[in-house]
Design a protein around this ligand. Structure first.
Ligand SMILES: [Mn+2]
Length: 467
């Protein structure tokens, strides 16, 4: 049974008591799904307490963007999903009296900071920023956003082992008890709520389905071979429309199919795991499934419209929900265009231990990593080595953006793109970091060749070659 340590709970209560005494707030958060849900939970909490509350959502908090925060001087600033690693930036810019609710590795202790690292919890897998904001709200008697906290946790891939654990699990149970969320073991392929079956299989990337991913006709034939009707009357059927007998038939057929292609059993088992249904959302929409909800928020963030996603989290099912779907649609179109460019122009090259491509101007830097991940999934890039994708830095022609993507088979063998990109980009005049399976960096354009050679060597070492 998961447990929150009393000293951690005491810290949360202590900080939230001080928060409750303030009146005029600015919540500053990160533009991804976890940051946007964290921001929504705080805005909902503070507004419901009758506080004057404004918000600001940033791509990152650094010496440049801190100026936007300073413009709002006079308000009590609450940083969520950021701040712990930027305390010195904040202080050197004269920002004072702020609060931090963050799960990233902290620079230092700080009286008004809630961070799980000081209490022995891992901010990568045990709790996200949205979860911390939820606990803050709970300590003040507000548990209404527990399901939104789960969307943030899923967005940060905190359930990558197939289920939530530790503090995330406590929050999940709070959401279930209130009837906000239903958790069950099921097929975890993306799009189970909102995409037609054929589309769900065609775009499957975790795991890749050999001879199915990327091939719409093959996917349709596979489903027809199982006697699963693709549509009823004029309407395409989504996974959630299937009867439980049909679901079982599909799952075991996929299982057998992957076994036939010698996919390791742990990869196949990763296809099944907890899925999170938001019970108050409309069936067959992105908002009904936590993973799809998170991807909708990420799409808004990447298209520089995070506030649209925030309003959806706060309950708007009118104008902002319509706008969010429009953004998601154009986002998907941009991805499809990127994939086509990659395929048609034969841009992918390789080294001994990695694949790479330079998107130049064809793919924008904010989606190049996602395009790399999809190309990987669609078999345009094989899964036997990780891939690095380069794109122009929009703001600085001297710099390039690099996105790295791997798969679980490779991380099991030792691949850690976060570590490799952090350390190798530093040697090439840049900075970077992230997860073992997905990470990013910026490097100096002039150092690209050196960087590639170093990454090739480093990944070889991680995968246990050339030691
Ligand atoms: Mn986060």
């Amino acid at each position: 049974m998961p447990d929150i340590k009393p000293e951690f709970w005491e810290k949360i209560c202590e900080v939230s008591r001080r928060l409750a005494d303030e009146n005029d707030f600015l919540v500053v958060s990160h533009h991804d799904a976890d940051g946007v849900t964290a921001c929504a939970i705080m805005v909902e909490l503070l507004t419901s307490m009758g506080k004057n509350t404004d918000y600001l959502i940033l791509k990152q908090l650094d010496s440049t963007t801190v100026a936007k925060v300073k413009e709002k001087a006079g308000k009590t600033i609450v940083f969520t999903d950021m701040g712990s690693g930027q305390q010195s930036v904040l202080k050197s810019n004269g920002i004072e009296g702020f609060y931090i609710i963050d799960h990233h590795p902290p620079e230092a202790e700080y009286v008004n900071q809630i961070n799980p690292h000081f209490f022995g919890f891992d901010g990568g897998s045990e709790i996200s920023a949205s979860g911390l904001c939820y606990l803050t709200a709970k300590s003040l008697g507000n548990t209404s956003m527990a399901h939104i906290a789960m969307v943030g946790a899923v967005g940060d891939m905190q359930d990558s082992d197939g289920a939530m654990k530790s503090l995330n699990r406590l929050i999940m149970e709070d959401a279930e008890k209130q009837g906000l969320l239903k958790v069950r073991k099921d097929l975890r392929l993306f799009g189970r709520q909102s995409r037609p079956l054929v589309q769900m299989l065609t775009y499957a990337s975790d795991p890749v389905l050999p001879w199915l991913t990327g091939d719409e006709a093959a996917c349709a034939a596979f489903l027809e071979g199982l006697d699963i009707p693709l549509r009823v009357d004029e309407r395409w059927r989504n996974y959630v429309d299937l009867s439980s007998a049909e679901r079982n038939k599909l799952i075991s057929a996929l299982y057998m199919h992957l076994l036939d292609y010698n996919i390791p059993e742990f990869v196949i088992q990763g296809m099944i795991g907890d899925v999170y249904t938001l019970l108050h959302e409309q069936k067959r929409t992105e908002l009904r499934d936590a993973k799809e909800y998170a991807s909708l928020l990420n799409a808004c963030g990447r298209q520089e419209r995070p506030e649209i996603g925030l309003q959806v989290c706060l309950g708007d099912r009118g104008e902002n929900w319509y706008e969010a779907r429009t953004i998601l649609k154009s986002y998907r179109e941009a991805l499809a265009k990127g994939i086509r460019a990659l395929k048609d122009k034969g841009m992918v090259q390789q080294r001994e231990n990695l694949y790479y491509f330079d998107a130049c101007g064809d793919v924008e830097e904010n989606i190049v990593g996602v395009v790399a991940g999809m190309a990987y999934g669609a078999g345009i890039i094989r899964g036997d080595k990780p891939v690095l994708a380069f794109a122009d830095d929009k703001d600085n022609p001297q710099m390039m953006k690099v996105s790295g993507r791997g798969n679980r088979n490779l991380t099991r063998r030792g691949l850690n793109l976060g570590v490799a990109l952090r350390e190798e980009s530093r040697k090439c005049g840049g900075e970077g970091g992230g997860h073992d399976i997905a990470a990013g960096a910026r490097i100096r354009r002039a150092n690209k060749e050196d960087f590639l050679a170093n990454m090739d060597k480093r990944i070889g070492e991680q995968l246990g070659k050339g030691k």
